[in-house]
Design a protein around this ligand. Structure first.
Ligand code: HEC
Length: 154
């Protein structure tokens, strides 16, 4: 009887722990933002890392557009590859845990799109189609920016 009770308590604690982890995994380290968006709270260095990645995304986008305009397929491939999944692979798990699930999946989806653009360019896809793919990807940049802010904290 007594060991049954201990087992029940252990089970409850285990369920509670899993629930807390699941909650963090989905919600990340967030708080209300200053302008109606949700702020993801990061260490200053982590915020700098994400913002540097963002500037990389912008310059990749610029490279794709310029490549498409000038018929420079190599430029398109190099620019999109630079923002592909490989670029996201080195983000450390502590930082990943602070990012909300929706944020992570939107971010990964953009990196995935960039690889798809590189593949399409390699396969000789016409510039018009490359531009369409890029425009679709840009809607994800806009969606994420309208929902989230980055705040330096703990
Ligand atoms: C998963 C969410 C997400 C996606 C997807 C995303 N961004 Fe961002 N980006 C952010 C957040 C959050 C900020 C910081 C905004 C703030 O704090 O006001 C940011 C900031 C930026 C900045 C400013 C960088 C700086 O140094 O201040 C640029 C440029 C940028 N993003 C470009 C892009 C481009 C281009 C894309 C798409 C190809 C993109 N982002 C996709 C979340 C995202």
């Amino acid at each position: 009887m007594k060991s049954n009770k201990i087992a029940s308590i252990a089970l409850l604690l285990w369920v509670a722990t899993i629930a807390v982890f699941a909650w963090f995994f989905i919600r990340g380290n967030t708080t209300a933002g200053t302008d109606g968006r949700t702020a993801v709270v990061l260490q200053p260095a982590e915020r700098d890392l994400i913002l540097a990645e963002m500037r990389g995304l912008l310059s990749s986008t610029q490279g794709i557009l310029e490549g498409a305009n000038q018929g420079d397929v190599k430029r398109i491939i190099q620019s999109s590859r630079a923002a592909g999944m490989a670029a996201a692979a080195d983000v450390n798990p502590v930082l990943m845990a602070k990012l909300p699930l929706e944020f992570k999946s939107l971010g990964m989806s953009v990196h995935h799109d960039m690889d798809e653009i590189a593949k399409a360019a390699e396969g000789g896809t016409p510039a018009a189609e490359i531009l369409k793919m890029t425009a679709n990807t840009l809607t994800k940049c806009v969606a994420c920016h309208s929902a989230w802010q980055l705040k330096a904290g703990n």
